[in-house]
Design a protein around this ligand. Structure first.
Ligand SMILES: Cc1ncc(COP(=O)(O)O)c(C=O)c1O
Length: 500
């Protein structure tokens, strides 16, 4: 095919219309089947098999002379079918896996519009509407979190890991002003005090920020696996008496492993007392602010110096869409003490506040807030609360069923949509480590069967099972079905003499 014909085809409005209509129809069928729990959740294929299959398409990608819209559209349909057939199906009721949402199709379509129009979200003039949307969403979200109007800075970024890093960078730049230019050479390097179960990205941030992971101090936890506040006070007093600088205390509003919420108000009191920056990783639990039932778990979040909330977790937006908030708006440009004259035009007075790139690591940034804005505008903020309530209610029911079953151990009472448990057959004779291994084998067998997708974790170095109810259409009977599946698989593995 001649280059000019190929370019015309690539931008053909007719082809665009055809493929978009096809995706709409095909996805609707896929969604309906998923809601009936039909087909596999995870169509398991070994990595090499998927790579080879994907490479086959690349090899067949050459358009033939004279090929028209019709021919490309037909080949497009095969690719779409393959994506649906071979991908993990988050919309399946038996997807009870990682903290990634099956997005409501409306939200996902806004994400697709963001791709189609490719609006920049870092510089106002590159994406005036997307910047307007981001500002409006940030303002309303900040309000929902109880932040004082005009007393905070907020922006969207590509994920909770980047969000935590950026917030901690803000903490570093504000409290240790020369570090951007000179590193920590001029004075002692600070320590970072962290919830022992914090997501690994916090530890990574310490490495990236030049603090060093050996200066991350894991905080003692109480019996409910929350930061032990009296112990926190003792640790801070001890560090202060030794003159050790402290970058921040990192609390969690929904830990990754168990979904546990720290007592944020008490931690805020202690941080105020010692004049220490309080950061909260609310990547998972931030969405609870929209729920009448669960909002109380976030009490005190509004007093944190900074926090992060992933909309692609409990606000059910497609990945990635995360928000960072901090309460130092007068220092908002301190995070990156850097200038980029070719991007930011000093003659456009007043637009710098909409040049979100001044606040983020990203230069090119997706118009990621269309998803939240679209859903909110069409269904109201209540939709986020409904989704949180539905998934957390299922998790509570599941926990109840596990607690009542003599052959299951419920390891933590869920506070959100995360349930951690083990199967323990009545006649179990092995060690706890072997039980952990046995549970891991059960899970691997089940997920490769395609019947359920759930995840594994380690609790005090022993393997355990973890279900995250991310699909609001998952039913109690689906979760009972998972228990039956675990039992049946365990019995089959034992009968087959599979060693643990
Ligand atoms: C509590 C918590 N913080 C941060 C992250 C990382 O967020 P992201 O995957 O958006 O980078 C996760 C991911 O699961 C998480 O659970």
């Amino acid at each position: 095919m001649a280059p000019s014909d190929r370019i015309r085809l690539a931008y053909s409005p007719e082809l665009a219309s055809r493929v978009l209509r096809h995706v709409g129809e095909r996805f609707a069928e896929h969604l309906a089947r998923s809601q009936q729990a039909e087909g596999p959740v995870l169509p398991w294929n070994a990595p090499a098999e998927n790579v080879a299959r994907a490479a086959e398409f690349l090899g067949a990608g050459e358009s033939q002379p004279g090929e028209d819209v019709e021919a490309v559209a037909r080949r497009f349909e095969t690719l779409v079918q393959t994506i649906l057939d071979r991908g993990i199906n988050l919309h399946h009721r038996h997807y009870i896996g990682h903290q990634v949402a099956p997005p409501p199709p409306l939200a996902a379509v806004f994400d697709a519009i963001s791709s189609l129009t490719n609006q920049g979200a870092a510089i106002y003039e590159m994406g005036p509407w997307s910047a307007g949307v981001e500002r409006a969403v940030v303002n309303r979200l900040g309000e929902a979190f109880g932040l004082p109007a005009g007393g905070f800075t907020g922006f969207a970024t590509h994920g909770g890991s980047l969000g935590n890093l950026t917030a901690l960078l803000t903490a570093r730049s504000i409290q240790f002003p020369g570090v951007w230019q000179n590193g920590f050479e001029a004075g002692p390097t600070p320590v970072l005090l962290v919830h022992r179960d914090a997501h690994y990205c916090v530890d990574r941030s310490a490495g990236i920020l030049g603090i060093g992971t050996s200066r991350v101090i894991p905080l003692a936890l109480d019996g409910d696996r929350r930061i032990d506040v009296p112990q926190l006070r003792t640790t801070l007093a001890d560090l202060r008496s030794r003159g050790t600088p402290i970058l921040a205390v990192v609390a969690c509003a929904g830990t990754t492993m168990t979904g546990t919420f720290d007592c944020l108000g008490d931690i805020a009191d202690v941080c105020r007392e010692f004049g220490v920056w309080m950061h909260v990783d609310a990547a998972h639990g931030g969405g609870a602010i929209f729920s009448e039932r669960h909002r109380h778990r976030l009490q005190g979040l509004e007093r944190a110096d900074s926090f992060v909330c992933d909309a692609h977790k409990m606000m059910f937006a497609p990945a990635l869409c995360a928000f960072v908030f901090h309460r130092h708006p007068d220092r908002r440009y301190a995070t990156f003490a850097q200038e980029a004259h070719y991007l930011y035009d000093p003659t456009a007075s007043g637009s710098a506040d909409f040049d979100f790139g001044l606040l983020t690591v990203e230069c090119t940034k997706r118009a990621m807030t269309y998803t939240v804005w679209g859903l909110w505008s069409l269904l109201g903020p209540g939709i986020f609360g409904d989704l949180v309530d539905a998934t957390c209610a299922r998790a509570e029911e599941f926990a109840e069923d596990l607690r009542e079953a003599p052959d299951f151990d419920l390891l933590f009472q869920p506070e959100s949509n995360i349930v951690v448990f083990r199967y323990r057959p009545a006649a179990w004779q092995g060690s706890e480590e072997q039980l952990g291994e046995f549970n891991r084998r059960i899970r691997r067998t089940i997920i490769e069967s395609g019947r359920f997708y759930f995840v594994q974790t380690s609790v005090d170095h022993v393997g355990a099972l973890r279900a995250v109810v991310m699909n609001p259409l998952t039913t109690r009977s689906d979760l009972r079905g998972l228990m039956d599946e675990v039992r049946a698989t365990g019995q089959a593995l034992s009968a087959a003499g599979v060693p643990v």
